[in-house]
Design a protein around this ligand. Structure first.
Ligand SMILES: Cc1cc2nc3c(=O)[nH]c(=O)nc-3n(C[C@H](O)[C@H](O)[C@H](O)COP(=O)(O)OP(=O)(O)OC[C@H]3O[C@@H](n4cnc5c(N)ncnc54)[C@H](O)[C@@H]3O)c2cc1C
Length: 414
């Protein structure tokens, strides 16, 4: 029997696997896919150490009807899926009901994100870190000069967490990124943020470290889990085998609820689907990721492609991709970067953010289920939050103390 088994070889599972190995544990990872080809494959790759504003904020509910009626809007709910998502959406609205809640969530997000580069360096080593992560800063941009109430609330949450971006107006914006369209009139530069050179390669590099350290990988689909109360072990039924394990960590991203369904665990986990369109790296010459805050999309310069990512679509795990999203993303990108060479488009991708109503992941375990740990629900910032989450989980599993308050990530908050 392996000392510990992880279900899911995305960024969270692989960071956790390596963190556990660094503490001397023998680790097995199970995934139905090649490591790093779930949601960790096609995200925008931003390492947003300064990101501490939850998604649901007071006052946002007023914008929801407008978003839902506009086909180009960044948020949509598939009408036929609404009955399935209703309770999660209600919790989402409630979790953003007051500024004090948002401030509390902001502090917990900040703790998870602020040391991301350092934590990645500890997992990867300096040489692989330098190949995988660039601290270039990030530019957030607006076409409107006037700040909205949500912008101002975001500013207050950031200020409470010691995050003060450099505000840029007019020509100084274009000194930083000359290729950007002059419709941009306001910007904030977050100099400590950065991006990964390619998220799939990052997971693959962690996977290589894992196998070099003796880690075992089982490429199988988990179809059921049951608990053996007498021995406090878990029986995992996969597409090809039946395995009994003593310690189990669920890092199955947006599929975690499905994976855990046999154990009767109730989870407020939904997927916020998102899309990307990528272009050959030569389609545009720029080095700093840009997030267009009004249109809610980002453009990231990766090592081998330029990635334009965005949308929040509440439609579950099984609905077909909405192909019209591709054109919207292309138009957004062309409008922001008029010199982008559209003939160099590479691919269009749909991914599944694993999201909780309060933007915080679920890390830890239930009293009734000893030796079963949860490590999922990282929503919009799993690439940023994965290495610290791995440290938290590894400390919990080995009984080492955590240096930060981990109660905001506890499943018991729901
Ligand atoms: C468009 C978009 C843009 C994003 N941009 C950013 C960004 O810029 N910065 C950032 O920090 N985050 C970003 N994110 C969020 C980030 O991608 C996710 O939070 C993160 O990838 C989640 O990682 P994970 O390991 O939890 O899940 P995944 O990468 O999805 O891994 C879960 C794994 O579990 C496996 N699995 C599931 N069910 C089973 C089963 N039954 N049996 C076996 N294996 C199973 C899957 O195959 C998968 O490999 C973005 C997401 C999207 C969609």
């Amino acid at each position: 029997m392996q000392a510990i088994t992880i279900i899911g070889a995305g960024i969270v599972g692989m960071c956790t696997a390596v963190a556990l190995q660094q503490r001397g544990l023998s680790v097995q990872v199970i995934d139905e896919r090649e490591p790093g080809t779930g949601t960790s494959f096609g995200n925008a790759g931003l390492i947003s150490v300064d990101s501490c504003v939850p998604i649901a904020l007071p006052g946002m509910i007023k914008s929801v009807p407008k978003w839902l009626l506009d086909p180009k809007s960044p948020l949509s709910v598939k009408p036929s899926y609404l009955p399935f998502a209703a309770s999660w959406l209600l919790r989402w609205v409630k979790s953003g009901a007051s500024e004090s809640k948002a401030l509390k969530q902001g502090r917990a997000l900040r703790e998870l994100h602020k040391d991301a580069p350092l934590k990645y360096r500890e997992l990867l080593g300096s040489e692989i870190f330098d190949q995988s992560i660039r601290i270039t800063g990030q530019l957030h941009v607006w076409e409107q000069v006037q700040k909205s109430p949500t912008d101002l609330l975001g500013e207050r949450i950031r200020a409470q967490n010691g995050v003060t971006p450099r505000e840029l107006m007019g020509p100084e914006i274009f000194d930083l990124i000359p290729e950007m369209d002059r419709s941009i009139r306001r910007a904030e530069f977050y100099e400590k943020n950065g991006h990964v050179t390619n998220p799939y390669l990052l997971v693959q590099r962690l996977f290589k470290i894992f196998t070099d350290n003796g880690g075992q990988f089982l490429r199988q689909k988990v179809v059921g889990i049951s608990r053996q109360p007498d021995s406090n072990t878990y029986r995992i039924m996969t597409s090809a085998s039946d395995i009994t394990v003593r310690q189990l960590v669920i890092c199955s991203g947006a599929w975690s609820k499905k994976v855990l369904s046999g154990l009767g665990v109730s989870l407020p986990l939904e997927t916020e689907r998102g899309y990307h369109v990528s272009f050959d790296r030569s389609a545009l010459d720029f080095k700093i990721p840009v997030l267009h805050k009004e249109r809610a999309f980002g453009v990231t310069p990766m090592v081998d492609n330029i990635r334009v990512a965005g949308f929040v679509e509440i439609a579950g795990l099984d609905a077909a991709p909405k192909m019209q999203r591709e054109e919207v993303l292309i138009n957004h990108a062309k409008r922001l970067f008029p010199s982008l060479d559209l003939s160099l488009k590479k691919n269009f991708w749909l991914g599944f953010r694993p999201s909780t109503p309060d933007s915080l992941p679920i890390l830890g375990r239930l009293d009734a289920m000893p030796n079963l740990y949860f490590g999922f629900g990282h929503g919009h910032t799993g690439i940023t939050g994965a290495p610290k989450s791995a440290e938290i989980l590894a400390n919990m599993i080995t009984g080492a103390p955590n240096t930060i308050d981990v109660t905001p990530y506890d499943i018991k908050r729901f």
